[in-house]
Design a protein around this ligand. Sequence first.
Ligand code: SAH
Length: 252
Amino acid sequence: MDERIRARLFVEADLAAGAELALPREQAHYLAHVLRLGPGAAVALFNGRDGEWRAGVGGLGKSRAVLRVETRLREQAAETDLWLVFAPVKKTPLDFMIQKAVELGAGALLPVITRHTAVERVRRERLRANAIEAAEQCERLTVPRVDEPVSLSHLLDQWPAGRRLLLCAEAGEAAPIQEILGDSDPGGAWAVLTGPEGGFAETELDAMRKLPFVTAVSLGPRVLRADTAALAALACWQANLGDWRQRPPRRA
Ligand code: SAH
């Protein structure tokens, strides 16, 4: 029997040895018709709570697949506490931003509507589907939560105590991100905030700079697209304060 793990899937169900789970239609179709797996094939499952498990494909039909959970491959592990707060941008850069934020370990993806945000509607289900796909591919053990968009003022009014917010400020007073992160203790609860294609309004930047939990940071002399800025800031944070400082376990 082919022991190789042929796919990695996020599921909502609890995972434990001997559990049987029926996959929803689209995942069943993916296994049966895209990957063309047959009974006995091995897949990896994770649900964000119980670690990662090996499962065997049992019955496979046109729109259904039954998996039998066998052995635990990885324990659920604590993750860095890093959020991405972002003004939604157009579809393609937004899809890119979500995918990169997942790969870079963001634990929550919070869309925020600012003065110059040009995108009317944020399709949360689409963002969540992108996040799941990216989490499956990069072998994370969690899928970040994706919230409904809120206004910037609402977000700041409800900001959780103890979490620092790195405001990626394309203009005005801002310290180099490396300086801020280099002087900070590893870990802790942080967030990165990027603006829309049109940038933040001056009044927004002024108001945010006054908040005790906000630090305005520069990402260098060039004007980055929002998706580039998000990726760059998240990478800087992981390298200085996050899980890029630890050696990743050697993959088998
Ligand atoms: N249109 C604006 C730029 C907006 S870029 C202008 O021409 O000035 C979108 C977002 O990316 C910005 O709101 C900011 O959050 C981030 N960003 C872009 N370049 C940056 C830089 N050099 N430093 C910090 N943040 C930056």
